[in-house]
Design a protein around this ligand. Structure first.
Ligand code: UDP
Length: 222
């Protein structure tokens, strides 16, 4: 382990929309990734359409994350990064089922583990899956990759004077209803003392910075 790196094991959350970002190279800390699926299908937007109930819509959303995971796996392997995909429900012809100890073993062997199908349950999000898997595999931090620089005090696309927060407490995030993650995800992080770094994936070098624990984006903690 490289002593100059702050984290030894990280959980990187990549939303569906952010998947086209730059790739990590020379990864030293152990990295697990939870992928979203919102670029393909978001259950909440489809529920109610043509008689689709929320649970069915959410299962379709979870399948979307599997597509993204397989795409990410192929892309990472094409640049020489060994990966394993684990799904929250069985799709054993295309990926391993989620087995906590096996995931940890892959990380110890230097493979990047990509967690797909969210938590495996409807009514949850892949942000919650990120918090859950982070706690389960004893990762030290959730790195939430987005396409903005971090958490602002106002919408930076509408208000040019919006200020970026360097740090926030969990309480500030929940009480001010800052749209960082859904409540389930952020409270799960809070209950397990998991810091969350929200950073911009679309800027070159940011993933490496976040993984090494260098200052980037907004740090949410105690
Ligand atoms: N989803 C779910 N349970 C989970 C994770 C995801 O039902 O544990 C479904 C839900 O419909 C969600 C979709 O999968 O809208 C895609 O995930 P998400 O919206 O979290 O993706 P992201 O916003 O990160 O791209």
């Amino acid at each position: 382990d490289n002593p100059s790196y702050k984290w030894r094991r990280v959980l990187l959350k990549v939303s569906g929309e952010a998947l086209a970002g730059d790739h990590t190279q020379n990864i030293d800390p152990k990295v697990a990734i939870v992928v979203g699926g919102g670029n393909i299908f978001r259950g909440s937007s489809w529920a109610g359409c043509s008689g689709l109930d929320r649970s069915s819509a959410d299962y379709i959303g979870m399948l979307a994350t599997v597509m993204n995971a397989m795409f990410l796996q192929a892309t990472m392997e094409s640049i020489g990064i060994p990966t394993r995909v684990q799904t929250a429900f069985r799709m054993s012809e295309v990926a391993e089922p989620y087995i906590r100890r096996r995931a940890v073993r892959h990380l110890e062997k230097g493979r990047v583990v990509i967690f797909a199908a969210g938590t495996g349950n409807p009514f949850f999000t892949t942000d919650t899956a990120a918090a859950l898997r982070c706690a389960e595999i004893n990762a030290e931090v959730v790195l939430k990759a987005t396409n903005v620089d971090g958490v602002y005090d106002d919408d930076p696309r509408r208000n040019p004077n919006a200020r970026l927060h360097d740090t926030l407490t969990y309480h500030e995030v929940t009480s001010k209803d800052l749209s960082v993650m859904d409540m389930t995800a952020i409270t799960l992080c809070q209950e397990n003392n998991i810091p969350v770094v929200v950073f911009n994936l679309t800027k070159a070098g940011n993933i490496a910075k976040a993984i090494k624990g260098e200052s980037v984006g907004t740090l949410i903690g105690g």
